[in-house]
Design a binder for this molecule. Sequence first.
Ligand code: NDP
Length: 296
Amino acid sequence: MTAHIIDGKAFAASVREKVAGHVARLKDGHGITPGLAVVLVGEDPASEVYVRNKGKQTVEVGMASFEHKLPAETSEADLLALIEQLNADPAVHGILVQLPLPGHLDSDLVINSIDPAKDVDGFHISNVGLLGTGQKSMVPCTPLGCLMMLRDHLGSLSGLNAVVIGRSNIVGKPMAQLLLGDSCTVTIAHSRTKDIEEVCRRADILVAAVGRPEMVTGDWIKPGATVIDVGINRVPAPEKGEGKTRLVGDVEFASAVEVAGAITPVPGGVGPMTIACLLANTVTAACRANGLPEPE
Ligand code: NDP
């Protein structure tokens, strides 16, 4: 039997619909328009696509979108001054600085200069600490989207063996914290893990956040496991024509789908959920800023 394919695109659409409902209630009932400011430094083409999509979807759910595009040579002082201005702006409830930043800018310093209450990416050290200690925080969007898909598909995650491949601050570590928060038994695998295939074969939930095209093959997967593929890798696709490319995940879909119980595809799995969660976090930030109950 082949795996159930978790439709991240449809799930993300349902999250955006809920967000749009909350935005309408905030506007009509309280005169508040949630606002998201996105800061892009430099001209990385992939980042430009992400920022454009974020701005478009922000407006589509009825929120205000503020885009700040700065030249690659922007100084740290100028970037910090912009963040200070956004921190003080009551129309801005969420601030996102698109990563990676050009090499001369200190990402940690920049991220930690964002007001934690407006840190809708959940990367500020305060939010990382709050998440790690099980307190109310802003939760990073990609792992939050993965958790939502897992809960939706599996119901309770309590007691399940979860293996997260990857230990980045953006995906792997917060994903592990969230799974622990849902009472999974969590293992984090990385580039130094011994017998990684064997470790993965013990997983009821396998999350791959590595950045290596199709590294995880069907024989790494426990039959019936739920597989969340975070990876987005562009590889050559000569079958589509000379110089053409296609997107693949960190999981070899064709072999994994024969073994897993459920799996997210790439594209159309985790990716769409990330922006939907960003919008949801912005609504949460707007509610908290105004002392209103948060959406569930
Ligand atoms: P990083 O490069 O920051 O981290 C990759 C992790 O994978 C590291 O912890 C690294 O281990 C580990 N790793 C690398 N090679 C191996 C290996 N051979 N075996 C086991 N572990 C290995 O990446 P990110 O966490 O930022 O992103 C991971 C993937 O997710 C990328 O493909 C990225 O494009 C994608 N992504 C997708 C998003 C979405 O919205 N869908 C959002 C964010 C990321 P070590 O620490 O030991 O070096």
